[in-house]
Design a protein around this ligand. Structure first.
Ligand SMILES: CC(C)(COP(=O)(O)OP(=O)(O)OC[C@H]1O[C@@H](n2cnc3c(N)ncnc32)[C@H](O)[C@@H]1OP(=O)(O)O)[C@@H](O)C(=O)NCCC(=O)NCCS
Length: 402
């Protein structure tokens, strides 16, 4: 068996989707393949072949990801599969290693992914950087602590209107929230297309816009279906508003719809303040889960390109056997004028592996925690300093799985 790897060729696209459908247990219909072709960046896709047969697939989107105080181009890794006939022979390792080299060459300092199996990606330098809550909100009358804020009006809008009104409101949330990526018009089109064969028994998308004094200030996208008790479950996919009061009033609107017994959302931001909004926080049952994994492809550029919560000067020694250009000691200096990051020939104050650094990068994992579990070692004062520097006041979130 000789395995070759390389860019996906135009006449192999259907075979590529066919190969990906086997490990993902998903029979792609011709309609789905057509839709996927419009969403995927097939010009960035690669394939592993055994002779003429595609046995491994690897895709990536080109994203602009929000980082604390900035944004960075990112490879959003997707469609990673190897056929069961060819598993555990190093094909994924080869596709991933080649991909990271390509990202580095084309100047993408970050790579991100959602993992079907969390155990796979640490060895490739990806660290868990964003969590989420699987939310189940039991609806009761008068469940919010704060009285209703007056002045909000709500209206349901069509797909055509949604395509015009929602993107700027989403973008306002996106630029403030580490981990979220910008949506292109094509992405919005795909997101709001809502094909009937993908609804799995749920209603079509409803979109409600909140406005105050004629100005649109927030929106929610949701679906609904009847449950066994003759009531409805609402499934939210996103709620964004310009401030806390708007998001709270949107949630209140959802809970006050007739016949609704519960509201679910598998991907709630971890800092949505239900504990403070609700008189009884237990009504918002939340199960924590792992969301986005992040890899620093170019550590120096990544460290230079975010802002920090505190000034400080630390020499950081990074271990990264897969991307040897990152195996350096970086002096990260943050002053009131901003950050600088230079490679130095000196002993590091702190040593960290690149996956653990990825977990800290968006502000999620603290260096103190990383030290406690042995993923960062060194001078305790420097570790505390890094914990203060990397903290961020908006919890990271990634709005959608890709
Ligand atoms: C996951 C998958 C792509 C792995 O491909 P593969 O070619 O068998 O992987 P490799 O042989 O290159 O293995 C690389 C390393 O990852 C490890 N690994 C691979 N799959 C793993 C899994 N599911 N869980 C834990 N470790 C895994 C291997 O043990 C190997 O470790 P090592 O090199 O450190 O010894 C393939 O099994 C698959 O398609 N699975 C179903 C779809 C899927 O889960 N895709 C991932 C989407 S996020």
């Amino acid at each position: 068996m000789t395995i070759t790897t390389g860019p996906l060729l135009p006449d192999e696209v259907d075979k590529w989707f066919g190969a990906a459908s086997v490990p993902f247990a998903d029979d792609f219909t011709p309609e789905r393949i057509e839709r996927s072709k419009r969403r995927h960046r097939l010009d960035r896709a690669t394939a592993a072949k055994d002779g003429d047969e595609i046995v491994g697939t690897f895709g990536s989107f080109s994203f602009l990801t929000t980082v604390p105080g900035g944004e960075l181009s990112t490879s959003g890794v997707t469609a990673v599969t190897v056929l069961p006939t060819h598993r555990r022979r190093g094909i994924l390792r080869r596709l991933m290693t080649e991909h990271l080299e390509v990202c580095h060459a084309r100047g993408e300092p970050l790579a991100t992914l959602w993992a079907s199996e969390p155990a796979i990606y640490g060895r490739f330098g990806f660290g868990l950087a964003v969590g989420h809550y699987d939310l189940k909100l039991s609806v009761q009358p008068e469940m919010f602590r704060e009285p209703r804020t007056s002045g909000y009006e709500f209206r349901l809008i069509s797909t055509v209107v949604a395509l015009e009104l929602l993107p700027p409101m989403f973008e306002n949330a996106r630029i403030q929230t580490p981990g979220m990526f910008a949506r292109t018009p094509e992405w919005w089109g795909f997101l709001l297309e809502d094909p009937a064969d993908q609804r799995e028994g749920w209603s079509s998308h409803r979109r409600v816009v909140a406005s105050v004094g004629g100005e649109d200030v927030g929106y929610a996208i949701f679906r609904a279906r009847w449950n066994d008790q003759g009531r409805q479950t609402v499934r939210v996919s996103e709620v964004f508003g310009i401030d806390d009061a708007t998001e709270r009033e949107l949630w209140r609107f959802l809970t006050e719809m007739d016949l609704v017994e519960e509201i679910i959302n598998w991907n709630e931001p971890i800092d949505r303040p239900f504990d403070w909004w609700l008189t009884n926080p237990r009504l918002a049952a939340r199960t924590a889960g792992d969301a986005l994994y992040l890899r620093l492809v170019d550590v120096q550029t990544a460290l230079r390109s975010r802002q920090y919560a505190s000034v400080g000067h630390v020499a950081l020694g990074v271990a990264d056997p897969i991307c040897p250009w990152n195996e350096r000691t970086f002096r990260l200096s943050v002053t009131v004028d901003g950050p600088t990051c230079e490679t130095v020939d000196a002993d590091p104050d702190v040593r960290v592996d690149v996956a653990a650094l990825g977990s800290a990068y968006l502000g999620d994992a603290s260096f103190v925690t990383l030290a406690t579990v042995g993923r960062a070692t060194g001078d305790p004062e420097a570790l505390s300093q890094l914990a203060r520097m990397f903290a961020w006041d908006v919890a990271p979130h990634c709005q959608e799985r890709f």
